[in-house]
Write a protein that binds this ligand. Structure first.
Ligand code: TYD
Length: 397
């Protein structure tokens, strides 16, 4: 039986999404033979309530020089990170602050601090995205963050007034060591701010596609409080965010340094309803029913001769396609704007991926919006497809 990554208690298996490939493991034709699969099972810790994967591939299989996710691909996300940086700066920082970002990607967030000439340091193990940040003259270390790197940064620079991480904390296997590293690196009055997809939204929206190899944890305020209190860090504020299909932004500080906002107490109370294994089991049953309905709809459309494509070769789409068994016999192709994904095949299901222009040159009746979390941005620019009689499909509520 697996142990909780945070508190080492035994985990209970809640439900399974079956055999899955690496979510971002887009393939060239010649790589088809060596494809790696693992079992995507979801577990629950009764002690700290952390929802987590029971099995996960080694980090280098996911975060390497081929990592295909660039934060700047979405203009909404760029705006979001700028607004975040400005808000956090105004609330907690000044010109003399030292800002550290874990998983800085191509530097969307740190750009604000670089432009303000504030001392900053990004840490990212995926060399291609780290290089994109370096090209923007943002200071980056190409490495995995852990407690020994935290000590080294403290020695080489100073303690940090802000440690920030967006869609990163849920990726890190040894969360206890990370929390220890953060507690060492964080200045006395410093804040840790991080955001990740929120368990409450996943359960509410039925967005089981948020579950894939890179997301080892599905945080709630309850589990975040339990993880970090072991290192004397206290949850002082929360903010629900609309990004990434519903996220929560957690603000923590050394215990007693800041008052705890009322919204923390209120959210902890509300979460009692769903931070238990029964609600996860119910969710597992619900998505099994969804799989059946989704496949039936697609097969019906196909049998009537309609052409179906996908929009956004997201990591999320890997979970949906493999869980539902949707392959090239159902979907003709998927479009994506990320250059590194173009002309590759989807992991596990081997559907060809083309650039966005492919949708204009090929007649398609239905498009599955796999990048549903960018619905607003995409619908604003993709008016022609609907005007021409095309239909969008998405699977979340
Ligand atoms: P995203 O949903 O942010 O993440 P994940 O891969 O973690 O599920 O990824 C968005 C993907 O969709 C990315 O590959 C770029 C693509 N995309 C488009 O093709 N067109 C668009 O207009 C947008 C916003 C994204």
């Amino acid at each position: 039986m697996q142990k909780c990554q945070s508190c080492s208690h035994s985990l209970i298996k809640s439900f399974s999404l079956g055999k899955q490939p690496i979510a971002n493991g887009f393939l060239k034709k010649e790589d088809l033979k060596n494809e790696f699969f693992y079992k995507l099972d979801i577990g629950y810790c009764k002690s700290c309530t952390l929802v987590q994967l029971l099995e996960h591939p080694a980090p280098v299989k996911m975060f390497n020089e081929n990592y295909p996710f660039f934060s700047s691909q979405s203009s909404y996300m760029k705006k979001h990170f700028l607004a975040e940086a400005e808000e956090i700066y105004n609330k907690y920082l000044n010109q003399n602050s030292f800002v550290v970002e874990l998983g800085c990607n191509d530097g969307c967030f740190l750009q604000f601090f670089k432009d303000k000439k504030i001392t900053h340091l990004g840490i990212d193990p995926s060399s291609n995205v780290a290089n994109a940040a370096k090209q923007k003259k943002i200071n980056v270390i190409d490495a995995f963050f852990d407690s020994s790197l935290a000590s080294k940064i403290r020695e080489d620079h100073s303690t940090a007034n802000l440690i920030y991480a967006a869609n990163v904390m849920c990726h890190i296997a040894n969360i206890s060591d990370i929390a220890l590293g953060i507690s060492k690196l964080l200045a006395k009055e410093g804040v840790l701010v991080f955001e990740d997809p929120y368990l409450g939204d996943i359960l509410k929206l039925g967005s089981y596609d948020q579950i894939y190899d890179e997301h080892l944890y599905y945080f709630s305020a309850t589990s975040v409080e339990n993880i970090f209190k072991q290192f004397n860090l206290e949850l002082i504020d929360l903010k629900h965010l609309d990004v990434h299909g519903g996220s929560m932004r957690y603000t923590l500080a050394h215990k007693g340094q800041y008052p705890v906002n009322n919204c923390v107490h209120e959210t902890l109370e509300k979460e009692k309803k769903f931070t238990n294994n029964q609600s996860l089991k119910n969710f597992g049953d619900k998505i099994q029913r969804h799989r059946h309905e989704f496949i039936t709809v697609l097969k019906n459309l196909k049998s009537k001769g309609f052409k179906i494509a996908g929009y956004g070769a997201t990591s999320k789409s890997t979970t949906v396609l493999n869980y539902c068994g949707i392959d090239n016999s159902i979907l003709d192709f998927i479009t994506d704007t990320t250059p590194i994904k173009k002309n590759k095949l989807t992991p596990g299901t081997h559907i060809p991926i083309y650039g966005r222009e492919h949708l204009d040159s090929h007649t398609v009746d239905y498009v599955i919006l796999f990048a549903w979390n960018h619905k607003k941005e995409i619908f604003e620019k993709e008016t022609k497809f609907k005007k021409n009689g095309g239909h969008w499909i998405w699977h979340t509520q």
